[in-house]
Write a protein that binds this ligand. Structure first.
Ligand code: MTE
Length: 332
């Protein structure tokens, strides 16, 4: 039996895929060098194996027509009271399960993802569904740089300077109709570059969603770059979401589809572990994950453990979004 022993923070037994499937898929993945299969559906491997401080391979687009747009103008309204985490750590300690389950799999494997051309579609409850190209879209957006905290549900955190544009600008561009309540972000599907996506029991593509009220909140940010350069592929190039008051799994990477709907979407982690992951996923130190505490976090690269803050320290901007939703599972 090749399924590795499950550690305390990994998925419950009932979510482990049947051995038969594991074995056949494992062979498939082996060819692509991605092996840690049984954990491929685990959100939460918080082992500290790879806080690699070596310079990361920069997995950016082969030829990036947006490179000359950087650096974007820094917006001083969005800074934090912690040191910025070294770029080498943020670009090499990643979660991107399409490319494997270990923290250093994405930096090694994401280079395979073709990101030019990158078509983006706006679908569902919009005035008129349409498609555009990433390089066209970015030129139509109000570009800026913001420094945000990032808090993973696995109880580690970092601080990064993200380049991008307010998600509200994208919502205005998409023109949802008045009955639309949610925006769903679907990542890409490409089994040639991500053999893990052959695992049919995993709900690919990676899917997340926000209410339109959340998407229009000033903090919701569409990210195209980091550290004043185009985003490395392992961090979600060419386009990802960042919602700093929520656990990091809400921040879909590599987005080609925005779908507007009036139904709350079933997201990737909700589908995999409904007892552990919910739709809202707001950071709250007082509400433990069913298998570990959320009261503190390890700040990557420092060896420090610091107390976690409600809404990751962004309560002033977002608490009002949830004042009428007290009966919902807002913090998982
Ligand atoms: N997006 C996709 N498409 N696939 C993923 O596996 N992982 C999420 C999120 N977005 C993920 C994703 C999780 S669990 C986290 S914590 C963040 O990406 C990690 O972002 P980072 O690697 O840039 O720090």
């Amino acid at each position: 039996m090749l399924i590795r022993t499950r550690r305390g923070w990994e998925i419950p037994e009932r979510l482990v895929v049947p051995e038969e499937l594991v074995m056949s898929r494992r062979r498939l993945l082996k060819g692509a060098g991605a092996l840690a299969l049984a954990g491929a559906v685990a959100a939460c491997d918080n082992s500290n194996e790879t806080q690699n401080s070596a310079a990361p391979a920069r997995q950016t687009a082969e030829s990036d027509p947006t490179a000359s747009l950087y650096p974007f103008k820094h917006n001083a309204a969005y800074t934090v009271d912690r040191a910025i985490t070294p770029e080498s750590i943020v670009a090499s300690y990643n979660n991107y399960y399409e490319f494997g389950v270990e923290k250093d799999d994405p930096v090694h494997n994401a280079g395979r993802l073709p990101i030019r051309p990158w078509e983006i579609s706006f679908e569902g409850m919009v005035e008129k569904p349409f498609k555009t190209d990433f390089d066209t879209l970015i030129k139509a957006m109000p570009l800026e740089e913001r420094v945000y905290r990032h808090r993973c549900v696995e109880a580690w955190s970092f601080v990064a300077p993200w380049s991008g544009f307010a998600m509200k600008a994208l919502m205005d561009y998409a023109k949802p109709v008045s009955g639309a309540k949610y925006v769903v972000m679907k990542s890409w599907l490409n089994t040639d570059v991500a053999p893990a996506q052959n695992m049919v029991w995993v709900p690919w593509p990676y899917t997340e969603g926000l209410t339109l009220e959340e998407a229009n909140n000033e903090l919701a940010f569409m990210v195209t770059g980091a550290y004043a350069k185009p985003l490395p592929k392992q961090n979600g190039a060419p386009l990802r979401l960042v919602t700093p008051w929520k656990y990091g799994f809400k921040s879909t990477k590599g987005i080609p589809r925005f779908i507007f709907t009036d139904e709350r979407p079933k997201t990737y982690w909700m589908a995999l572990g409904p007892d552990e992951y919910g739709f809202w996923a707001n950071v709250n130190p007082a509400v433990p994950h069913p298998r570990w505490s959320q009261s503190s976090e390890e700040v990557l690269g420092t060896g420090e453990r610091v107390p976690t803050q409600l809404y990751n320290g962004y309560g002033a901007q977002v608490a009002s979004l949830y004042s009428n939703l007290k009966d919902e599972r807002l913090y998982m």
